[in-house]
Design a protein. Structure first.
Length: 169
């Protein structure tokens, strides 16, 4: 234990610092768990239904699946102690168009924290909006980060005039 005033190392049973007389206080233990679990609790507060899928192999990552009736569903990949990848997948039934890469590249220049990638399967387009959250969990910081991420997903449709032509039936 460390004295909060003079930073002298104290024995665990100390009630007062022998050097400066300050009251010795045990360090505050964090009640919540890992970053992924903190984010899970945050998303549940926002109305998401969440499930953590544990890694089956050592090289696999834990996943948080967050589903919502009115918001975009989110996949959170637990990469390390202070690093999470967030992904929103959106699919369209529109067929491939050669203008799509240019639209996505222009969108990536305009977005704040997300990057957009695409896949084409059977001629249909799937968009992935990905971003990275780093550092310890903070309700305020993560809340602002999540707002920016969701704003990027919304802003994607406003980057160019041909969004409806390219992505909407």
């Amino acid at each position: 234990m460390i004295c909060p005033k003079c930073e002298l190392e104290l024995s665990e049973d100390s009630k007062f610092c022998p050097d400066c007389g300050s009251k010795a206080e045990a360090p505050i233990k964090k009640e919540n768990g890992t970053l992924l679990e903190d984010v899970k609790n945050h998303l549940e507060f926002l109305g998401y239904k969440t499930t953590i899928k544990e890694a089956k192999k050592e090289e696999d990552k834990r996943l948080l699946i967050a589903l919502h009736d009115r918001r975009n569903n989110i996949i959170v990949i637990d990469s390390s102690t202070n690093l999470l990848f967030l992904r929103i997948n959106l699919s369209t039934t529109k067929k491939w168009n050669d203008e799509i890469p240019e639209y996505i590249n222009n969108a990536n220049k305009a977005l704040n924290c997300a990057k957009v990638y695409y896949e084409v399967e059977d001629g249909k387009i799937s968009l992935q909006f990905e971003t990275v959250y780093t550092g310890p969990y903070s309700k305020e910081v993560f809340g602002h980060f999540l707002d920016m991420y969701n704003n990027d997903v919304t802003m994607f449709s406003r980057v160019g005039e041909n969004f409806d032509k390219l992505f909407v039936e």
